[in-house]
Design a protein around this ligand. Sequence first.
Ligand SMILES: Nc1ncnc2c1ncn2[C@@H]1O[C@H](COP(=O)(O)OP(=O)(O)O)[C@@H](O)[C@H]1O
Ligand SMILES: [Mg+2]
Length: 112
Amino acid sequence: MIKIEAIVRPESLDAVVEALGTLGHAGLNITDVRGHGRQKGMKELFRGREYENRFIPKIKIEVVVKDGVAEQAIDAVTAAARTGQIGDGKIFVSEVRDAIRVRTGERGDAAL
Ligand SMILES: Nc1ncnc2c1ncn2[C@@H]1O[C@H](COP(=O)(O)OP(=O)(O)O)[C@@H](O)[C@H]1O
Ligand SMILES: [Mg+2]
C-alpha cells in the first residue's frame, strides 16, 4: 500500500478529490494546513493577491491506495492540482506497512 500526501491549493480540492474518485479510491482525509515551499511564502499569489504571511494556507489530502493504482493516483492528483504557477503544491509518497479495519480485523488491501 502507498500513502499519498498531497499539499495543494485549497481551490483545487474539489478537482483533486474528483480525480481520485474516478480511480475508485475508498477513504481519504483532508486537513487545513499552512506552510511554505522554496519561496518561503514570500512571492506567492493566494486568491489573486500577493500573500504577505510567511505561511500560506493549503489543503493536505491524504489517501492510502493499493500499490497497483498508486502511479495513476499520483498522476491524477498532479494533473488536477497544476496551474503552472508558483505554489501549486507538493506530493509526498510513502509505503504503508499495514492497515487494519477496526470493525472486522481485515488487514492490508482488504482494509482500505
Ligand atoms: N519539503 C517540504 N516538506 C513539507 N511540506 C512542504 C515541503 N515543501 C513544500 N511543502 C508544503 O507544500 C506547500 C506548497 O509548496 P510549494 O510552494 O508549491 O513548493 P515549492 O515552492 O518547493 O515548489 C507549502 O506551502 C508547504 O505547506
Ligand atoms: Mg513555493
